[in-house]
Write a protein that binds this ligand. Structure first.
Ligand SMILES: [Mg+2]
Ligand SMILES: [Zn+2]
Length: 199
């Protein structure tokens, strides 16, 4: 029987996923959560699923956003959405050839390492193809939440597409959130090893 497992962590892209995408924003006052973001995060936190941010911030490499401004924006994100268990940030640009800028898998691998989980047990949530490619490259499950800026081919090529962040958490938590009926939980490792799903 197929059993859904609670993920080791859910790693969110920042701009266009957790907060509205304001290109190269260095102003904390312009941070605005995406619809459903706070409740989605609250549900994951209640289910004891670590949450992290994996974000490309090439505005820093381009000199459009100072490291201090970026820190202020990220602090505002936590003020509005609560604390994250890890932040993995790429401050490079395409020409830098780093291993962290999405679609490279570095941020996913780094966040998973900080959280002490395997990237294969992580879910990566983002609004563009780069996020999904980073997820695939790291061996993680990718879920695309398209916005009006997401290109049609990015939606077509996505491994999984969700309507919004509420839908993401519905997909991710299915069983983890449900109350487990008494006697239905497998507690003995030997029972699991023998393929017993139920007493
Ligand atoms: Mg984005
Ligand atoms: Zn980088």
């Amino acid at each position: 029987m197929f059993e859904k497992r609670r993920p080791g962590a859910v790693l969110f892209d920042r701009d266009g996923t957790l907060i509205r995408d304001v290109p190269y924003n260095g102003d904390p006052n312009r941070v605005e959560p995406m619809p459903g973001a706070l409740e989605a995060l609250a549900r994951l936190r209640r289910a004891d699923v670590p949450v992290a941010v994996v974000t490309n911030q090439s505005g820093v490499a381009k000199g459009l956003v100072s490291p201090d401004e970026m820190d202020q924006v990220n602090a505002r994100v936590e003020e509005l959405l609560g604390p994250f268990d890890a932040w993995a940030i790429c401050v490079h640009d395409d020409a830098d050839g780093c291993t962290c800028r999405k679609p490279a898998p570095g941020l996913v691998i780094r966040a998973a390492a900080v959280l002490d989980v395997s990237p294969r047990d992580c879910v990566v949530v983002g609004d563009i193809g780069r996020d999904m490619e980073a997820a695939r490259a790291a061996g993680a499950r990718g879920i695309l939440v398209p916005t009006e800026l997401t290109r049609p081919e990015e939606i077509e090529q996505a491994p999984e597409v969700a309507d919004d962040l509420t839908d993401v958490v519905d997909r991710v938590l299915t069983d983890a959130e449900d109350p487990v009926p008494a006697g239905a939980r497998i507690s003995a490792p030997w029972a699991r090893a023998m393929g017993w799903s139920r007493w």
